[in-house]
Design a protein around this ligand. Structure first.
Ligand SMILES: [Zn+2]
Length: 136
């Protein structure tokens, strides 16, 4: 049975409740194991990622929102193999199915424009998912 590690659970607790629900549902599918690499991060952590080119923005959804929660998460199939891009795509399918069931609009870092074409991205961030609430 796949379960969250202690590290994953502590990161899960930094998430917006809608996002946490989606990720919990994805794990409960028991389709594949995955780890939560990052939930909320500090402004200082974001600045380092921006300066080293690992992030394209200083207004990341990983930063605390007005409720002091993260609206973004980084996840990876477990055990983590950064060269296994197919595994990340598979996990994205699992998480998007969970988001559909939970009725929570999500955006994946492998398909920023949400057109289901993963080949038209200028920046690819396969572990990244964020709430997509453009009208809130
Ligand atoms: Zn991210």
């Amino acid at each position: 049975m796949y379960v969250f590690s202690k590290n994953s659970l502590s990161r899960l607790q930094t998430l917006d409740p809608d996002l946490a629900r989606v990720i919990t549902t994805a794990m409960n599918f028991q389709v594949m194991d995955f780890a939560i690499l990052c939930g909320m991060r500090t402004v200082q952590e974001q600045e380092v990622l921006f300066k080293t080119g690992k992030s394209r923005t200083l207004k990341s959804k990983h930063l605390p929102n007005r409720n002091n929660q993260s609206e973004a998460i980084d996840v990876a199939p477990w055990p983590v193999d950064w060269n296994d891009h197919c595994g990340f795509h598979r996990l994205a399918g699992v998480i998007q199915a969970a988001a559909a069931i939970e009725n929570v609009p999500l955006r994946w870092g492998g398909d920023w424009d949400r057109d289901n074409d993963t080949r038209d991205q200028s920046f690819i961030d396969l572990p990244h998912f964020e709430l997509f609430r453009p009208f809130l």
